[in-house]
Design a binder for this molecule. Structure first.
Ligand SMILES: [Zn+2]
Length: 166
């Protein structure tokens, strides 16, 4: 059974300086709650992030990656970032040590597809994310995380040629 709740929240409610967050509600038999930083100037961006988080949460649960493992690693990563060990544009989900690296990579595929479907330029998407927090990673490193796509596949390139009218 799927039980999914998606909502936008103030930035302070999202953990580990991410654009989105997810967790399981054990009291509700594993409901997946996805929260997304609101107040971007592009609601399409919020939807793209929400679907990223949803896919990541679903895959983590399916693959046995616990929410606690994810939170612990994100916390470690952000403490390392404060020590200057990670660039501001890097994301914990991309780190080779990340317990949810594969799930994050799959979610990136989907996020890019959502942007493409919503006529949202990738640069506009990045801008919407960075506009909600100066310190948040700009996610400019998304490009290389598309293994397995044939050359020329529309998801293998940024949908930057398409307008964002929102
Ligand atoms: Zn992710």
């Amino acid at each position: 059974m799927l039980d999914i709740k998606i909502k936008t929240v103030p930035e302070a409610s999202v953990r580990a300086e991410q654009s989105g967050d997810w967790w399981y509600d054990q009291k509700r038999q594993g409901r997946i709650t996805v929260s997304v930083v609101g107040d971007t100037f592009c609601t399409e961006s919020e939807l793209a992030i929400a679907i990223h988080e949803l896919v990541e949460a679903f895959l983590c649960r399916r693959d046995g990656v616990t929410e606690q493992e994810v939170v612990d690693f994100d916390t470690l990563y952000e403490s390392e970032r404060k020590q200057g060990r990670h660039h501001k544009d890097e994301e914990p989900g991309d780190d080779p040590r990340s317990p949810y690296r594969l799930q994050h990579a799959a979610a990136i595929h989907v996020e890019r597809a959502v942007c493409l479907a919503l006529d949202l330029m990738w640069k506009e998407h990045e801008l919407a994310l960075s506009a909600t927090a100066g310190a948040r990673p700009k996610r400019e490193s998304l490009g290389p995380h598309l293994p397995g796509l044939a050359p020329g596949h529309p998801l293998g390139s940024s949908p930057e040629d398409q307008p964002c009218n929102h």
